[in-house]
Ligand binder design. Structure first.
Ligand SMILES: Cc1ncc(COP(=O)(O)O)c(C=O)c1O
Length: 357
């Protein structure tokens, strides 16, 4: 008997991982669900094919390791590159700092040095003060800079800004890590290739996201300088992120990377964010609070309508005191969804006005 799972048929704007899976990805999962296949990616021709797909897109001989989730990718990348007496410098708003439940601290034993960045982007001048600690045995030693592309604030680093941070890191004997949970959204928004954004700017290690753009699960840690990957397989195992039936991650990435699915999905999410921003900003009483550069829209809504609107289209309140909300668009967000939430916001506002006289 078929199960009734009681899922809502209305899409929300809570996050780009509230969406389902691209049909092409589901098909890939079905296609590899036959017979037996090497576990753990060992001696697995699919894994080799997937690594080659990354190498083609990044135009370099990068080393690729699949993991289950974005937190795992970030934590393992940091853990691999740092001793416990070294530190990662990141914006305060970084997922690594705010949303990973202390996992980076637990696994690395190290410290995250944070900087307040209103737009989610860290600048070299904000990192300079930490350099005073270098060589002073009483202080943690800054060794890694971590940036998110796109940022948690929906903004983007330009290629020049990434290049500048990479040069700054290397001049100071540090590495640059990029949290690319939304890297596809960033690349299509900047109209550039992964090679231009990552390889050619000098990023050392990348957490390459898939789940927020149509995959069921799975992310990749990509070492742009292969020598930095030495021993990472052991760290991944110790970090409990080695997938036993890895073919189900590999197949998703193969279809995602080789058919421009990443581009197609990200273009849709970003386009819908653009339309949503336009529609919301035309409603009296609603203001955009941040530039819309990828697939996230941040807006100030009258407090009185938020709870009502959330009953129809779920989304998160970003900053309670400012009445700021975050609306994320996904690869499967449609114009009907965007029209729907804008119309609902308008209608609830009108009803409130009438009620409040
Ligand atoms: C910027 C960023 N990095 C990483 C992640 C990955 O998180 P998860 O461990 O939930 O896959 C997320 C998800 O919210 C994110 O927004």
């Amino acid at each position: 008997m078929p199960m009734n799972y009681h899922l809502s048929n209305r899409k929300g704007f809570a996050s780009d991982n509230w969406s389902g899976v691209s049909p092409e990805v589901m098909e890939a999962l079905q296609q590899v669900n036959i017979s037996h296949h090497p576990a753990y990616g060992e001696n697995d021709p699919l894994m080799q094919q997937a690594e080659e797909a990354f190498q083609t897109l990044f135009e370099t001989n990068c080393k690729v390791f699949f993991v289950y989730n974005g937190t795992g990718a970030n934590v393992l990348a940091v853990n691999h590159l740092l001793h416990s007496w070294q530190a990662v410098v990141a914006p305060h708003s970084a997922h690594l700092n705010e949303d990973e439940g202390g996992a980076p601290e637990k696994f690395t034993g190290g410290k995250i040095l944070t900087v307040d960045c209103h737009d989610g982007k860290i600048k070299p001048d904000q990192i300079k003060p930490f350099l005073n600690s270098i060589g002073f045995q009483h202080h943690v030693q800054p060794k890694l800079i971590s940036i998110s592309q796109a940022t948690e604030m929906g903004t983007l680093y330009s290629l020049d800004e990434i290049r500048e941070l990479a040069s700054f890191a290397h001049e100071n004997n540090m590495y640059l890590h990029m949290d690319g949970a939304r890297i596809a959204n960033a690349a299509v928004a900047l109209d550039c290739s992964f090679s231009e954004m990552v390889t050619q700017t000098g990023v050392d290690v990348l957490s390459f996201g898939g789940t927020k753009n149509g995959l069921m699960f799975g992310e990749a840690v990509v070492f742009l300088r292969p020598e930095l990957a030495d021993g990472f397989e052991y760290n991944r195992k110790q970090g409990m992120q080695l997938a036993s039936k890895q073919r189900f991650i590999t197949a998703q990435f193969l279809t995602y990377l080789t058919n421009d699915l990443w581009k197609h999905n990200a273009l849709q999410a970003n386009a819908m964010a653009g339309v949503l921003a336009e529609k919301l900003s035309s409603i009296e009483g609603i203001q955009l609070s941040r530039p819309v550069e990828a697939n996230g829209v941040f807006a100030i809504l009258p407090k009185a309508i938020i709870a009502e609107l959330q009953k129809e289209y779920f989304f998160h309140v970003w900053n309670e005191s400012l009445s700021e909300v975050r609306l994320m668009c996904s690869f499967d967000t449609t114009i009907e969804d965007v029209d729907g939430i804008a119309a609902a916001a308008n209608r609830i506002l009108e009803e409130k006005k009438i009620r409040l006289g």
